[in-house]
Design a protein. Structure first.
Length: 254
């Protein structure tokens, strides 16, 4: 079944962009990917990678059945500490130009303004996972700020602090940024349809680098769309029924 309007949905483009970052040949290989709760677009990206024939293990914390973590997130942290999780996704109520994320809240500690859901294990996962992809659909100056009010998880740390990896990229509803940990700075990699360098600058609170040419974020290929709307959707129907109905136009059997 096709999406309600018949065209490429923004969520399909984002899932495909994330999948291509997962498969980036210049990045360390991925064997085991973990996806946190309430993350349908990253989950779709991971299933797209798997259904495209790549051998990856997926651990989806929000999956209603077949979840490998019988003791909740403690097992996820154990695996990560052992170096057995290769890639994780993180977001934040605020994200700044040094790839710091804030999941506590705005204003003075402990978040006296707007309250966010809490850091949980973000600081540990960020430092102990070789690759982290930051993802936030909303791209606005209130989310992408010059400096986060509270650092829940640090994008870069001093040399004496042990960490296995940093952010690989930041994907938003407007564009894709790459992160350079040596410079602690993002570079604009592509813009989604309808966006430009100027529109991205106007909606981003931090400064970033811009190459001479900034391409458009590619649409999913016909094969990728077929996988998303078919096998990927089938894998996601139980856990994300509303997402599948809205994006893929498919509902779970009664």
């Amino acid at each position: 079944m096709s999406p309600p309007d018949g065209g490429v949905q923004p969520e399909e483009r984002l899932a495909t962009a994330l999948a291509r970052l997962i498969l980036d040949p210049s990045a360390p290989p991925v064997r085991h990917i973990a996806v946190g709760a309430a993350s349908p677009i990253p989950a779709a990206a991971c299933w797209l990678v798997a259904k495209s024939g790549h051998s990856v293990r997926l651990s989806l914390l929000h999956k209603r059945s077949g979840n490998p973590f019988t003791e909740g997130s403690r097992e996820l942290f154990d695996l990560t500490g052992q170096g057995r999780i290769d890639l994780f996704f993180l977001g934040g109520g605020q994200i700044d130009g040094r790839a710091n994320i804030n999941l506590i809240g705005t204003g003075e500690w402990p978040g006296q303004g707007v309250r966010f859901p809490g850091s949980f294990g973000s600081a540990f996962m960020y430092l102990m996972t070789p690759r982290t992809i930051l993802f936030r659909e909303e791209h606005s100056p209130r989310v992408l700020v010059q400096k986060v009010d509270i650092v829940s998880a640090a994008g870069v740390t001093p040399p004496e602090v042990f960490r296995r990896g940093t952010a690989q990229a930041l994907v938003t509803g407007r564009c894709v940024f790459r992160f350079n940990p040596d410079r602690a700075r993002f570079t604009l990699e592509s813009v989604h349809p309808g966006e430009s360098v100027e529109s991205i600058r106007s909606q981003t609170g931090f400064d970033f680098d811009v190459p001479e040419a900034v391409p458009a974020t590619p649409d999913p290929t016909p094969d990728e769309l077929a996988l998303l709307r078919g096998p990927v959707c089938e894998e996601m129907l139980e856990t994300y029924p509303e997402f599948c109905a809205r994006v893929f136009g498919q509902k779970a059997a009664a």
